[in-house]
Design a protein around this ligand. Structure first.
Ligand SMILES: NC(=O)c1ccc[n+]([C@@H]2O[C@H](COP(=O)([O-])OP(=O)(O)OC[C@H]3O[C@@H](n4cnc5c(N)ncnc54)[C@H](O)[C@@H]3O)[C@@H](O)[C@H]2O)c1
Length: 254
């Protein structure tokens, strides 16, 4: 290749929910593509950040950040930019899931899911876009939606999660349009069943039921999401915005 379209060299990528699971695995792959990494997470991500820096020989910084607090989000982005010199890319990924039947879900549970998955994701995207514009820069955002934005999966009952991810999907498309003329692209990925701490805590029987329902007959390793994220964050996708890439072993075709 004369020009490596997928290179993230000389870019600084912010990854939320980066201390474990999809965030951690994708952050490692972004680092492998050349990016320096700012990890944000509710749980202190400094050890994970140091691990990624050692493994890939790039610069990292790990900051404790609750994405539901807009002031904290803004302060962390400022701090990340100050430490790394700039910001270019955002993998906006922090999210939670609660399995509770719609008749039993409490207002606190409902608000918690909406707060992290919808408001938190919006506050990070907004603060990141504001930072780019304040510094006369362009950049790219990838939000983590889910197959649950389009599909009601059974037997688990999670109306709050499904609604929150449908909101992420449409939020992505709205941001893509509102930010198009500012040179900021906004896309999303819709993962299927991925092996992370989020899914490993469910009973084994439920996991077996999931696997039977997936055309590929297996769950994914979180690193299998990285190719799509790198594509959407890199110059390989300069004419793509508002898109959502399904990465789900075929499940949304059913
Ligand atoms: N695992 C799956 O099967 C799957 C499928 C589709 C979509 N997703 C989505 O992928 C994303 C990552 O999921 P995962 O499986 O890696 O989950 P995970 O629970 O393993 O990791 C989530 C990370 O987000 C962090 N986090 C939670 N609340 C936060 C907050 N308020 N502020 C900052 N950080 C916070 C957690 O500390 C954790 O490190 C989520 O948005 C999830 O909804 C996951």
């Amino acid at each position: 290749m004369k020009k490596d379209l997928f290179s993230l060299q000389n870019k600084v990528a912010v990854v939320t929910g980066g201390n474990r699971g999809i965030g951690k695995a994708v952050a490692g792959c972004l680092a492998d593509a050349g990016a320096d990494i700012v990890l944000l997470d509710l749980a202190d991500p400094s050890e994970t950040a140091a691990e990624i820096a050692r493994e890939y020989g790039i610069r990292t910084c790990g900051l404790v950040c609750d994405v539901t607090d807009p002031q904290q989000v803004q302060a962390c982005l400022e701090k990340g930019a100050e430490t790394m010199g700039t910001l270019d890319l955002l993998f906006n990924n922090a999210g939670i899931c609660i399995h509770t039947n719609c008749l039993k879900v409490s207002p606190e549970e409902w608000r918690k899911v909406m707060n992290v998955n919808v408001s938190g994701m919006f506050f990070v995207a907004q603060a990141f876009a504001r930072w780019l514009l304040d510094h006369h820069k362009t950049g790219n955002i990838v939000n983590t939606a889910s197959m649950s934005a389009q599909k009601v999966l059974i037997p688990q009952q999670m109306t709050s999660y499904n609604a929150s991810k449908a909101a992420v999907w449409q939020m992505t498309r709205s941001l893509a349009i509102e930010l198009a003329e500012s040179g900021i692209r906004v896309n999303s990925i819709a993962p299927g069943y991925i092996c992370t701490e989020m899914t490993s805590t469910v009973p084994e029987e439920l996991q077996k039921t999931w696997i039977r329902s997936i055309p590929f007959k297996r769950m994914a390793d979180p690193s299998e999401l990285a190719g799509a994220v790198i594509y959407l964050l890199s110059d390989a996708s300069t004419y793509t915005t508002g898109a959502c890439i399904n990465i789900d072993g075929g499940i949304t075709c059913l």
